[in-house]
Design a protein around this ligand. Structure first.
Ligand SMILES: [Zn+2]
Length: 115
């Protein structure tokens, strides 16, 4: 890894930590707070955040851009929340099957509902 790459990695991580902290510092569904497990989620999917394949997380570049917009104050925080990777996958699954939902409407154990 070059010095530039290492700098970019550390800069991105610092930006992500700051952005996650602004949004409460943990997964809103399960409380996970390990920074490497956390992702940004648009509560109502935006055109940018809508993903063509079910269960795919945001691309790294898109996640970095979201973190930068949060820190810069140019992102609508009322439509953003922090989810861990697992909860993000679960929410994305439900969105794909039941339309737009909020995380508060999710059953804590959605596997019980999937028959
Ligand atoms: Zn979670």
């Amino acid at each position: 890894m070059t010095i530039t790459q290492e700098y970019n990695e550390k800069h991105h991580l610092a930006t992500k930590i700051y952005a996650v902290d602004i949004l409460g510092g943990q997964c809103v569904m399960c409380g996970q707070n390990n920074i490497f497990a956390l992702e940004f989620d648009h509560i109502k999917p935006t055109r940018q955040s809508r993903r063509p394949q079910l269960g795919r997380s945001l691309s790294r570049r898109s996640a970095e851009n979201t973190a930068i917009r949060i820190v810069n104050g140019t992102e609508d925080l009322t439509n953003l929340q922090v989810l861990c990777g697992s909860c993000h996958l679960i929410k994305t699954y439900y969105e794909g099957n039941h339309g737009n939902i909020t995380i508060r409407s999710l059953n804590k154990n959605p596997a019980q509902e999937v028959k």
